[in-house]
Design a protein around this ligand. Structure first.
Ligand SMILES: Nc1nc2c(ncn2[C@@H]2O[C@H](COP(=O)(O)OP(=O)(O)OP(=O)(O)O)[C@@H](O)[C@H]2O)c(=O)[nH]1
Length: 571
């Protein structure tokens, strides 16, 4: 697999792993954050539900006062009842609005039964209060009070599903929330304890045995709820302890003493000394510390939830930012690895391949780098320089060999082929002519009276004549026609496949060219030289070069004898 592909694949795999890990961490942080959000929403909802329950409990006070009123009705009591009802309606409306904020509730909340029950209870209160006090029998009064009692559980039940779900999602605050609910229940049972006296106070009759028992039961439940509230838990702060102490003092001492006072008066058959309204006026304020306890518990739960919410938010931000930072760092690292390692390596690989293929045209770039890749590129550059030098040496060696070869084949004076080279080339050509069944001729010529040139003008002048004659003849020949110095002042020409007749014509042309060319010597003398030619041809299959030359030599000899400056052909 290619490096660049391997890098891309590794990058993709690493990115998937890192993304998966970061996604997991961020998801966990997000879930914790959402749970605290749910907890806060649940708190708001619980608070609203508890306020609504409290208002419903509270409404029973002015209701009892109106039920115990004489006719015509006391406008002050009527006003208090209207205010209490308005406060209940507002609290229910706010609860309903809060319920509309969906946060994954297990099932929709139906407030209709509560509204129906509330409307029915209020109608009963209105009808009973409009009757003559004598007509308000204990049974009717008890029935109406029970209708009012039934409202609080309906309000709390409406949000039970929500609060349970949110407590499951965010269990840390559930203990505090449960205690807040105990406080609400405590308030409710405290209210019921007061309401249990409504019939006796309204009718000015002693309490019945059943009512004594009910009072006993309610007191027991209240004591039980108090114990539950005192249990150690997350929300056991100093502020909470102070609120509990106040509740003990104001409600459990003074409030319950008031109830006992009525009870004792009933047992003694004394007048109560107060009606329902007067009782409510003294009893209801003693329940205020219970609500303060509820509010303190809710406040602590809220503070805890906010602290957790902030913590979760910070964790989420840190997780997200760390994720982004890690991704950026990874991308940067990969880019650096790609730019600083992979790309130079690929470049070096290409350079090695080029060197291997003998292409030294480009030096690998990047050799100025101070790192190991730079070391490698510098080594490649040195390798390239050495290879270039080796290549040049090789070329020089070949050139020298060629030069030596040429020197070995060339006549040192005239620059044309020497006898050795002619023998080799002549034999080769003769074999080729045999193979193709062509005729082949040789022309042997010798400068006339050359000795006298040497004698008259010196050996150097003789050399110049030899050089000049060779040049004149070479100019007359075509490519492929061999000219060689056969020895001394004797030359040989071998045209490519020609008949003896054609060879004679060529010899004649060369003879005339030599004879017609005046030669100016170094000392200024002008010489005219001639040459005699012997021509021989081979057409038989087994003709040897030596035989051919011998035949030409004999013809040359005849030409000399016939007076020189002429052409003679063999046989
Ligand atoms: N300058 C010079 N002279 C050479 C060279 N090679 C041979 N000679 C001379 O060539 C002459 C040949 O002379 P001869 O064989 O007598 O022939 P010739 O004088 O040409 O007479 P004919 O061939 O009969 O016309 C000799 O004097 C050689 O010394 C050479 O390379 N340079």
């Amino acid at each position: 697999m290619k490096l660049s592909r391997l890098l891309t694949l590794s990058t993709a795999m690493l990115a998937v792993l890192v993304l998966g890990m970061l996604g997991h961490i961020t998801r966990d942080a997000w879930i914790r954050y959402e749970h605290t959000n749910t907890g806060l929403q649940a708190l708001r909802l619980t608070q609203r539900a508890m306020v609504a329950a409290e208002k419903l409990s509270f409404e029973r006070g002015p209701t009892n006062a109106v039920l115990g009123d004489r006719l015509p009705a006391d406008p002050q009591r009527q006003l208090l009842l209207q205010q209490a009802r308005a406060a209940t309606d507002l609290a229910l409306m706010q609860l309903e609005r809060e319920l509309q904020t969906d946060f994954g509730a297990p099932h929709p909340v139906d407030m209709a039964p509560l509204y129906r029950a509330l409307s029915a209870a209020r109608n009963s209160v209105g009808q009973l209060a409009a009757q003559n006090p004598a007509a308000r029998t204990p049974a009717l009064l008890g029935q109406t009070v029970d209708q009012m009692f039934a409202l609080v559980p309906l309000a709390l039940n409406a949000v039970t599903g929500y609060t349970l779900a949110s407590e499951r999602a965010y269990p840390r605050i559930s203990r505090t929330l449960i205690k807040a609910r105990y406080a609400v229940e405590l308030r409710e049972y405290a209210g019921r304890l007061g309401s249990a006296l409504t019939v006796a106070l309204a009718t000015h009759q002693p309490l019945t045995e059943a009512q004594y028992q009910q009072l006993q039961l309610l007191r027991g439940r209240l004591a039980q709820l108090r114990q539950l509230l005192l249990a150690p838990g997350d929300g056991s702060s100093d502020a909470l302890a102070a609120v509990i102490a106040r509740m003990d003092d104001v409600y459990f001492n003074r409030g319950q003493q008031l109830v006992e006072q009525i009870e004792q008066a009933s047992r003694a058959g004394r007048d109560y000394g107060m009606d329902t309204g007067q009782f409510a006026q003294r009893y209801v304020p003693t329940m205020t510390p219970i609500l303060a306890l509820r509010d303190e518990l809710l406040r602590e739960a809220q503070a805890q939830a906010w602290s957790d919410h902030e913590h979760a938010r910070r964790e989420l931000i840190i997780a997200s930012m760390s994720g982004v930072a890690i991704l950026l760092a990874l991308t940067l690292l990969l880019l650096i690895v790609r730019r600083r390692v992979i790309v130079p390596l690929l470049r070096a690989t290409r350079a090695v391949i080029r060197l291997g293929a003998g292409d030294y045209s480009r030096d690998p770039t990047g050799s100025e780098r101070p790192d190991e890749i730079g070391d490698m590129l510098r080594a490649l550059s040195t390798l390239r320089t050495n290879s270039i030098e080796r290549q040049q040496l090789e070329l020089e060696r070949k050139r020298l060999i060629e030069e030596l070869r040429q020197r070995a084949d060339t006549d040192y004076l005239t620059g044309i082929l020497n006898r050795r080279a002619f023998t080799k080339a002549g034999n080769q050509r003769l074999r080729g002519a045999h193979d193709r069944n062509e005729s082949l001729s040789v022309l042997l010529f010798d400068i006339d009276h050359f000795k006298s040139v040497n004698d008259s003008h010196g050996h150097e002048a003789g050399d110049q004549v030899l050089i000049r004659v060779a040049a004149v003849v070479r100019d007359q020949l075509r490519d492929g026609e061999i000219l060689a110095r056969h020895g001394g002042e004797e030359f040989v020409v071998m045209p490519s496949h020609c008949t003896q007749e054609q060879a004679c014509l060529l010899a004649e042309r060369l003879r005339k060219a030599i004879a017609s060319e005046p030669l100016t010597l170094a000392d200024g003398h002008i010489l005219r030289v001639t040459a005699s030619f012997g021509v021989a041809s081979a057409s038989g299959p087994q003709a040897a070069l030596d035989d051919l030359l011998h035949a030409a030599d004999l013809a040359l000899y005849r030409a000399k004898r016939h007076g020189r400056n002429c052409v003679e052909s063999a046989g």
